[in-house]
Design a protein around this ligand. Structure first.
Ligand code: ZN
Length: 458
């Protein structure tokens, strides 16, 4: 997926062609690329806009526009996995994967091609509000060494998930986080608060210089997905030190690069240059705890939610839908879920070990009318799929029931996908009984039946 240097390259290459051009026509060939808007509404909003500036915010290309000389919001493009912006072809020309064509007043066109259809083009009337959830730009003046020291020390999170969190720093992804951590000799699982000031400053310098060099080289074309608008691959892949180099010698010390999983993401490290953090309870095994979720947990919760859904709904929901789930987009929603619960009794709990979130559960009053206040609901209980069957789910469920009991509920209900044998066995063995109630939920265009289990909380 294109990260900051790739998106910056796209914006820079397009800018001279688009600046000052007016949008004379709009053709939407795949409506879902609009991310919720309709063809008609999008067409009405953008036809006649003039492109004033072409820039970038985080991993988004931003076309700032005006109408009759006044600011008129922005067209925001998120390329996601395979999206490409192509300028030049006359408005009629399009390829097999063209999703949107914007005709310009000089007879050329800007085309959005996207084979896998995960990319989005959105009209944002108020860009500041649209980007309110994004953190600091790592190449801006606001991103100073002191800022990063403060950001790391204010949190107790593993470094890699923290650096990937777009609400903290916008624009970094898997490639550049792995590379920056290697250059700063920091292990991705190290807790942010434990990073000494000097190392944090080194990480700050590494992030800035890495991004600048990658932009100079027009980004990283690690696979076929990313090409510049001119159709060329970037060349930064030749300078990668760890990313994608599993089993090959570290360019600094010669030891084999290893691939590990950190916060659900494949991660590349040199264990000599980036020593693993010492764990205080290494001998007895780190303690697993369950606690209230904090806003900081949103990215981990979203990542687990996406992976758990991809695991649990495989075969029930079109695969295209499951592949398209985007943890980054979900993070915004999960943050709201944690910060502004639907009712004061709703809670999100996370299961944590050594600073890593392994799973989460949500509890609250049941949404169906018949249970009245007596019924609490365990709305969700999700673990990293690799941990299913380890007993952690049972602990999380037991804790959820205890939480509901403390809130004064006398009975708990839980909805389970009909036909999910593993879930059925799990809840049956946890003292739940099947109830006649059935409901239908709609997910990715498929109708799914859920059955209800009840559990007294006496
Ligand atoms: Zn090394």
């Amino acid at each position: 997926m294109p990260e900051l240097p790739e998106v910056e390259t796209v914006a820079r290459q397009l800018a001279p062609h688009l600046r000052g051009r007016a949008l004379t026509g709009v053709r939407v060939l795949w409506e879902r690329t609009l991310g919720g808007s309709t063809r008609q509404a999008f067409g009405r909003a953008v036809r006649g806009l003039r492109i004033e500036r072409v820039g970038r915010r985080g991993k988004h290309v931003v076309l700032e526009t005006s109408r009759r000389g006044r600011d008129a919001g922005a067209l925001v493009v998120h390329l996601r996995m395979t999206g490409r912006l192509v300028h030049g072809a006359p408005p009629g020309a399009r390829g097999p994967h063209t999703r949107i064509v914007l005709a310009l007043d000089d007879g050329t066109a800007l085309r959005f091609d996207d084979p896998r259809k995960f990319g989005r083009m959105t009209y944002a009337p108020d860009p500041a509000a649209f980007f309110a959830h994004l953190g600091v730009e790592p190449l801006s003046d606001a991103f100073t060494g002191a800022w990063l020291v403060e950001a790391l020390h204010a949190r107790r999170r593993a470094l890699k998930p923290l650096l990937l969190d777009q609400s903290v720093i916008a624009g970094l992804g898997n490639i550049y986080v792995d590379e920056a951590l290697h250059r700063a000799s920091l292990h991705p699982e190290r807790t942010s608060r434990s990073v000494p000031r000097a190392k944090a400053l080194r990480l700050h310098r590494a992030i800035r210089s890495l991004l600048r060099r990658a932009i100079e080289r027009e980004g990283t074309s690690f696979d076929a997905a990313y090409r510049t608008p001119e159709g060329e691959p970037g060349t930064y892949q030749d300078h990668l030190r760890v990313y994608g180099r599993e089993g090959r010698p570290c360019r600094a010390c010669g030891r084999s690069i290893r691939r590990i999983v950190v916060g659900q993401r494949g991660t590349h490290v040199c264990t000599r240059c980036q020593p693993a953090p010492r764990r205080r309870r290494a001998r007895t095994g780190a303690r697993t705890t369950i606690r209230r979720a904090r806003v900081d947990d949103a990215a981990s919760v979203a990542a687990i939610h996406v992976r758990a859904w991809q695991h649990a709904y495989r075969g029930y929901v079109p695969q295209d839908h499951l592949d398209g789930l985007d943890a980054e987009a979900w993070t915004v929603d999960r943050r709201r879920w944690i910060r502004e619960p639907r009712t004061p009794q709703h809670r999100v709990w996370v299961l944590e070990r050594a600073g890593t979130v392994l799973g989460f559960a949500a509890t609250g009053p049941s949404r169906d009318a018949d249970g009245a206040e007596a019924t609490g609901e365990v709305e969700a209980i999700y673990l990293d799929p690799e941990l299913v069957g380890t007993g952690l789910g049972r602990r999380l469920f037991a804790y959820s029931l205890m939480a509901l009991r403390r809130l004064g509920f006398r009975e708990a209900v839980v909805w389970v996908l009909e036909g999910n044998e593993r879930a059925r066995r799990f809840y049956a063995s946890a003292g739940c009984t099947l109830d006649p109630a059935v409901r239908t939920i709609r997910l990715g265009g498929a109708d799914l039946q859920e059955v209800r289990y009840r559990r007294p909380l006496a």
